[in-house]
Ligand binder design. Sequence first.
Ligand code: PEP
Length: 282
Amino acid sequence: MNKNLKAQINRVIENKNQKVFIANWKMNKKFSDISEYAKTFNKLLKADPVLKVYHPLIGVAPTMLGILPTTGLMKNNVVTVCQHVHYEKNGAITGQVSYDMIHEYNINYVLIGHSETREMLNVTDRQVNLTIKTLLANNMVPVLCIGESIKQYDNNESMDVITSQLTQDLMDVSSEQILNVIIAYEPIWAIGSGKSADEKFISNMTKHIRKTLKGLYDEKVAKKVRVLYGGSVKPTNAAGILKINGVDGALIGGAGLNPNDFYNIINQHPEYLEIKAIISKK
Ligand code: PEP
């Protein structure tokens, strides 16, 4: 790449947080599905000239059984993200997999406190906090999921719920460590509903999250921590959501099951589009 082009690209991303796109596959995809997905997704990413010079963090979160095949099949620096781990290293805990067991396979990104694990596996804020601290102590990256229920939203409690989750989940996480945490704001009422929260609401909530981080840490931390939005992000609404100031990417469920849809979300980020325009002018 020539110097001038590099300088133009750098101007687009300098002083900005690295963008993050994670597809959460939940309890979907057997080996053959993962293999099909990887074939298509690898091709799309490999053929994309923008992604040769622009490097958002792209991850997919398969089931525990899918972790190894996914890691083997995905190319182009796509990271494998674990959907849930236990904070104990080992022990008499039937049905769980420990952070140490996935770390052994070099899996470093983990979703923590997804609303489905909070609801269905009764994961508490205390457990979320213990898991986050354990992961950070082992140089792993927690993707902390927070979000309010429809009842809390209807009662205008959204901001209070988020303040409380952040305060409890990040207790005793230092200002150096917090920079390795990715926060995903996912209003539970928008997840899987087909309809995302509206852009104004996401914008206000993102500001509120950063204000809370400023209170817990400082202004620099509040700016630098990556904050994602999740909840019915799809190719048809991604452009508007990804434009919101302070939103550093997306956690994607349903649309992330299809490699074309996932790719068509990533390629609508304003940074991606700016770099695409620069490249096509050269
Ligand atoms: C999720 O469960 O993390 C999620 C964002 O799902 P969906 O995109 O399907 O709403």
